[in-house]
Design a protein around this ligand. Structure first.
Ligand code: ADP
Ligand code: MG
Length: 319
């Protein structure tokens, strides 16, 4: 199988919205509809760094696209098209079929079109660039949070981080627990519907990929504010609810890979956000608020700052 057979067999599909898709020197694409702008992002996944060797190729196809769609979701953008750059150690037909399967299942569900890419031999590296459309002036940026805004997070946090620790050999999960945590790590759900429907309600948003505290820290820094999180309001995944509190805290607050959305909104939006949660069937938890100052603090039931939050989470080690 040469490079062009490989592209033709696994990645070339008939163009839909693209004027010209896979197969020429460039794809030809129409600009966004009037009143909308392009939202563009790229992410790279490197074996050994972002995923472990031997991961199910279907899950990898899904995840490579999912982490990019999650960035579109965080801005409130609707997916439009993507490109795919692959470095592969060899042309393994089973691996490629699985990867393409996982990739296109999510692409079809998200209504996004593969329009081109690049394929080369090398250490397994997967990179996708996505583009989406968002109404001009309405994208949810990291610098939009205002003093007194509530802080919200979607879904549940912490399970993916436990799977990472198991695979890294730091902890030993039993089989059912490993399966549940691995499902969260390997098959993240980009919160696209939530992102689009938060437009006009949220003042700032991002996706939680590096851990809640660090990621909310980006909103704080960009918005020139500090943030308080109430530990008891943080939606810790039920899968890890029986673990010691220190473990749940490090997984839910400092673990990554959840790909939930963290966003800020004025208190006047509470009712709208609760009904959005109902209509999406997705938990949305109000976990804190934006305050003057800088940095993120995590508070216990008495409003006392938990020692783990002091000094930032760069030094937050796994128990
Ligand atoms: P060029 O030499 O112009 O860079 P390539 O030979 O790299 O073109 O690619 C040929 C065509 O196949 C191009 O249209 C490119 O976008 C597409 N392509 C290459 N790799 C992929 C891939 N992994 N997924 C989708 N399209 C791809
Ligand atoms: Mg090329």
């Amino acid at each position: 199988m040469n490079e062009f057979d490989l592209i033709g067999r696994y990645f070339a599909r008939p163009a839909r919205r693209a004027l010209l898709g896979v197969g020429d020197d460039c794809a030809l694409l129409s600009p966004p509809p009037p009143g909308q702008v392009l939202a563009v992002s790229v992410d790279m996944l490197v074996e050994g760094r972002h995923f472990f060797a031997g991961v199910d190729p279907r899950a990898l196809g899904h995840k490579t696209l999912a982490v990019n769609l999650s960035d579109l979701a965080a801005m409130g953008a609707k997916p439009a098209w993507f490109t795919l750059a692959l470095a592969l150690p060899g042309a393994d037909a089973d691996w490629l079929a699985g990867f393409a399967d996982g990739l296109f299942a999510l692409a079809d569900a998200a209504d996004i079109e593969l329009v081109g890419g690049d394929t080369t031999r090398g250490p397994l590296t997967l990179s996708i660039q996505v583009a989406g459309h968002v109404p001009a002036g309405q994208a949810m940026r990291r610098d939009g949070a205002r003093l007194g805004d509530d802080v919200w997070v979607s879904g549940a946090l912490g399970a993916a981080a436990m799977a990472v620790r198991h695979r890294a050999g730091e902890i030993e999960l039993d089989a059912p627990m490993l399966a549940a945590c691995s499902a969260r790590l390997d098959w993240p759900s980009p919160r696209l519907a939530l992102g689009e429907r938060l437009l006009g309600h949220a003042s700032a948003a991002l996706d939680v990929s590096d851990g809640l505290i660090g990621d909310l820290g980006h909103i704080c820094e960009c918005s020139g504010l500090g943030g308080d999180i109430d530990w008891l309001q943080v939606p810790v995944d039920v899968v890890i609810s029986h673990l010691p509190e220190s473990v749940r805290q490090s997984a839910a607050l400092a673990g990554g890979d959840d790909y939930e959305l963290c966003f800020t909104a004025a208190p006047s939006e509470r009712e709208a956000i609760v009904s959005l949660s109902d209509s999406l069937g997705l938990p949305l938890s109000r976990i804190g608020r934006m305050r003057a100052g800088q940095g993120v603090a995590v508070l216990d039931a008495d409003g006392q700052v938990l020692p783990l939050a002091r000094g930032g989470f760069d030094h937050f080690s796994v128990p």
